[in-house]
Design a protein around this ligand. Structure first.
Ligand SMILES: Cc1cc2nc3c(=O)[nH]c(=O)nc-3n(C[C@H](O)[C@H](O)[C@H](O)COP(=O)(O)O)c2cc1C
Length: 186
């Protein structure tokens, strides 16, 4: 697939099944992720790849962090959290390793991690895999940072749910470029 074709055809897919990419394939994809733009080369990227029964460990982290934030979780809420990581064979936790820098504020470091996440989505698409980026209450949540065993400077900006499409795909909307672009050319 050429680059523009990959950019224009990537489609988020929440209905995911086995197989997930192999570790060798993920190595190649992470090499692409590490080419995200990065002001002052702070390398604010951390990816936690969760596969197989480790997804249950992630579910327990979701439950225990959510309990700390909300005492009123009912059984249904807990079941939802327990099943959340099982919706895909592999999950990549996107953790921004935020560093103090006189010229590079936190928002720039988070944007850099966002760009690396998009590179991952595109790399997966290029290899024929499918994925969706999710956030919700399980992102930007210091309890999750803590439960994952990361230092306080880490910010969890979201999760990539990754696998193979079950075939249930949405059509890609056709947007009019002119609605989004102003050209100044005097
Ligand atoms: C930062 C971010 C957070 C998102 N969080 C969620 C989410 O929690 N749940 C969800 O269904 N979609 C979420 N989305 C949207 C999907 O990842 C996806 O972009 C959307 O379904 C549109 O599909 P498309 O990417 O194929 O256009 C999020 C997207 C971004 C960029």
């Amino acid at each position: 697939m050429d680059t523009l074709q990959a950019l224009q055809t990537r489609n988020s897919i929440p209905f995911l099944t086995e197989p997930a990419p192999t570790s060798e394939q993920m190595q190649e994809i992470y090499k692409g992720a590490l080419r995200a733009p990065d002001h002052a080369r702070l390398r604010p990227w951390k990816f936690i790849e969760v596969r197989g029964s480790s997804r249950e460990k992630l579910a327990n982290i979701f439950i225990s962090a959510s309990k700390k934030l909300n005492d009123n979780l009912d059984d249904e809420d807990i079941d939802k959290l327990r099943n959340a990581p099982l919706r895909a064979p592999m999950i990549i936790v996107l953790a921004a390793n935020i560093k103090e820098h006189p010229k590079v504020p936190k928002i720039e470091q988070i944007i850099s991690l966002g760009a690396s996440a998009q590179n991952i989505l595109l790399g997966l698409h290029d290899m024929g895999y499918a994925a969706v980026w999710r956030t919700g209450k399980l992102a930007f949540n210091p309890e999750i940072t803590h439960e994952l065993g990361l230092e306080d400077n880490f910010e969890i900006i979201g999760y990539l749910y990754v696998g193979t499409s079950t075939g249930k795909e949405k059509p890609i909307p056709e947007l009019d470029v002119n609605e989004f672009v102003d050209v100044w050319d005097e």
